[in-house]
Design a protein around this ligand. Structure first.
Ligand code: NAP
Length: 330
């Protein structure tokens, strides 16, 4: 792999724009090409982000020999199909969260990456933020003792036209898949493998969940309580409690610049953890590192981790009666 990693962005929506911004802040990365389903969109997006290689089809980006790795920024139901297409064409892939719509799709994508010996990662960018990385280091070094509890939420009050992708089950709408994946992912990151889950949801008129709350029992015996919403403005906090103290990542945890650790019998201290640029740079740096080292997965957001999270999302959906069109596909 050459020195500078050449990126392609597939899809031209909101997160694609933010990701293009992040690439500008990572010296080892260069945005080489973009793709849309239409030439006009591709050209407009290319102009906005300052790139001249603009493809009017996703397949053309997958086949572009000037690109090393493709960032997939389409709605969730397109993730599996787009990932398979890029891997088939020999490209490494960073795919937006949730990785796929269900475990079956996730397995297919990971099997292909392994078969082709190509890098593949779910874009779980929060795991790479400095505040989360520092919390992980503290937990591992035993600063709060044996971690027994995680409390995490991610919710916002959203008001848009009923056709918006967040309400539309055809586009993977609902709180759980859009933001519930964050507390779930972080609970598993800090407390380890999940043994069982219990969930409740409030479903909206179109059948997508407006809010979901779930508790997890981890294999270690630790417990997590998590919540997500697209109809309520929640603090978006993350707290970890151990037998020697607790640790709080300042809200909102996805944009935290510091964390506070409070030992059982002592003074709390706040540790600054600034992130670079708009925060997405850190996942870009991890992909860069992995590609340069010839890895096909990141140890921080591994294939097995994505599979375990998808399995848990499937279980939650089964419990609350949340279904999507891809569930019906064989
Ligand atoms: N990491 C984060 O912080 C973060 C934040 C927001 C969203 N996300 C994730 O990123 C993905 C995209 O979210 P977004 O907010 O960027 O969505 P968005 O603004 O609606 O953009 C999605 C893009 O996907 C392409 N697309 C392909 N098939 C489509 C279809 N059938 N319907 C609509 N668009 C389609 C479109 O680009 P073309 O028409 O140009 O092909 C569109 O611009 C989601 O999976 C979401 O979970 C992540």
């Amino acid at each position: 792999m050459q020195q500078i990693i050449r990126w392609g962005i597939l899809g031209t929506g909101a997160i694609a724009r933010k990701f293009a911004e992040a690439l500008r802040d990572v010296p080892e990365a260069r945005l080489a090409a973009v793709a849309s389903r239409t030439s006009d969109n591709a050209q407009a997006f290319g102009k906005h982000v300052g790139v001249s290689r603009c493809h009017g089809s996703y397949q053309d980006l997958a086949d572009d020999t000037e690109v090393d790795v493709i960032y997939i920024a389409t709605p969730h139901p397109q993730h599996a199909e787009n990932t398979l297409m890029c891997l088939q064409a020999g490209k490494a892939v960073l795919c937006e969260k949730p990785f796929t719509m269900n475990l079956r799709e996730a397995r297919a994508a990971i099997e292909l990456a392994r078969q082709k010996n190509l890098f593949l990662m779910e874009a779980m960018w929060t795991r790479f933020l400095p505040a989360i990385a520092e919390a992980k280091r503290m937990v591992t070094s035993g600063e709060i003792g044996r971690v027994q509890q995680c409390h995490a939420d991610f919710g916002f009050s959203f008001n848009a036209e009923p056709t918006h992708r967040l309400y539309n089950r055809e586009l993977g709408g609902g709180a759980l898949l859009d933001v519930g994946i964050y507390p779930l992912s972080l609970a598993a990151y800090f407390l380890g493998a999940i043994d069982s889950v219990t969930a409740v949801s409030q479903l909206g008129d179109a059948g997508a969940d407006m809010q979901t709350a779930f508790t997890l029992r981890h294999q270690s015996g630790a417990l997590s309580s998590c919540a997500c919403a697209i109809n309520a403005e929640t603090p978006t906090e993350l707290t970890l409690a151990g037998d020697l103290g607790y640790l709080r990542i300042e809200a909102p945890f996805y944009a935290s610049q510091s964390l506070t650790v409070v030992p059982m019998n002592g003074e709390g201290r706040t540790v600054p953890c600034p992130y670079i640029g708009n925060g997405y740079c850190h996942e870009v740096m991890e992909v860069t590192r992995c590609l340069r080292e010839g890895l096909i997965e990141s140890p921080i957001m591994s294939h097995n981790e994505s599979l375990a999270l998808m399995a848990c999302l499937d279980l939650i959906r089964e419990q609350v009666g949340l279904t999507y069109p891809p569930d019906l596909r064989g």
